[in-house]
Design a protein around this ligand. Sequence first.
Ligand SMILES: [Zn+2]
Length: 109
Amino acid sequence: MIALRNRTRRMLVMNLEHEVFCAAGTCACTPVWVVVTDQSPSGVRAQRAIEKEACASLTLLPRELRSGVSERVLGCREVKAALRAGRLEVLADTRPSSQSVTTEKEAAS
Ligand SMILES: [Zn+2]
């Protein structure tokens, strides 16, 4: 477990893509239904709902220090970009591991 600090005065929202974040553990994605419009070869348009996975995300309030974050987030593209840009800082997590949470989704389940 690690701790992350938002070094900016703005809220940081980083998507935790399934291919990276879920690959090493349980899937944290949320199923969502999206409506798509299909057009058949004969020109008939029809709408249907398909189930897609919305990947988990990590939201940090301005200047927030969030502990108990899984190391897996460090592999995610948007987290790496925020670190490179200096918007995000990685710190050692000093909290007891029994209280640890990773994402909002996992904390709720
Ligand atoms: Zn997933």
